[in-house]
Ligand binder design. Structure first.
Ligand code: PEP
Length: 258
């Protein structure tokens, strides 16, 4: 049974003091929920402060990006080793990085490889753009993204995948639970073809794209969906807590039934 995971991607939001306030609001509520993995991904500049505030709590920390080199003359970049010193997770290949920072499959592959080598759990984001969706090319696009991102990686056991259709990110226009479940099932079968069924059944695949407290149930009740990568709604403590709580209730029941 895969443990559900809810990750909050704060993107380029919150000053350090705002991040501290948000974590203070979240911590008590999140600490009470033990059957869901909770990951906060604040901006780099707040990682140290947030880490101190969640010490002793089951909340896990993630970064939003890394460079693929361990160290060196890369002004302004942050290495996997630096992140592994503070965090357990790192988001890689988010569509905003692909779109605004020209990250392609080769770069994303280097980052996933470097993250795994540093002992980090990559949250690899994949998903089709609107025009690709409309042209019925979703499966082709995610297959190619998986192929390029995972090239040369033999043991992806620590990997988490987030299926994030680009047209659903930050638009308020989420996929339906059924659509997301179908594509995530396809992603799992693709992973199974490459790594075998046992590995595929162990990898958590999240849905991301306009998840809110109001639509969480639609996604979490789907059998292939193991949680959510949440952007905008992760910046509001009550909203994020409600998403985690609902996940806990639904998955708690499923765990008891199985
Ligand atoms: C994201 O940034 O990964 C995301 C899913 O954003 P939002 O929830 O705001 O659509």
């Amino acid at each position: 049974m895969r443990a559900p995971l809810i990750a909050g991607n704060w993107k380029m939001n919150t000053t350090v003091s705002e991040a501290i306030e948000l974590v203070k609001e979240l911590r008590q509520g999140l600490d009470k929920i033990d059957n869901v993995d909770k990951v906060l991904c604040p901006p780099f500049i707040s990682l140290v402060a947030v880490r101190e505030l969640i010490e002793g709590s089951p909340i896990k920390l993630g970064a939003q990006n890394i460079h693929f080199e361990p160290k060196g003359a890369y002004t302004g970049e942050i290495s996997p080793l630096m992140i592994a010193d503070l965090c357990q997770f790192v988001i890689i290949g988010h569509s905003e990085r692909r779109q605004y920072f020209n990250e392609n499959g080769e770069v994303i592959n280097k980052k996933v490889t470097a993250a795994l080598a540093a002992g980090l759990k990559p949250i690899l984001c994949i998903g089709e753009r609107s025009e690709e969706n409309e042209a019925g090319r979703t499966e082709e696009v995610v297959t190619e993204q998986l192929r390029s991102s995972l090239a040369g990686i033999d043991y992806p056991d620590e990997l988490v995948i987030a299926y994030e259709p680009v047209w659903a990110i930050g638009t308020g226009k989420a996929a339906t639970g059924e659509q997301a479940n179908k594509t995530i099932g396809f992603i799992r079968r693709t992973i199974s073809q490459k790594y075998g069924e046992r590995t595929a059944q162990g990898i958590r695949i999240l849905y991301g794209g306009s998840v809110t407290a109001a639509n969480t149930v639609e996604f979490i009740q789907q059998p292939e969906i193991d949680g959510a990568l949440v952007g905008g709604a992760s910046l509001k403590a009550t909203e994020f807590l409600s998403i985690v709580k609902q996940t806990s209730e639904i998955r708690g029941c499923l765990l008891e039934e199985s």
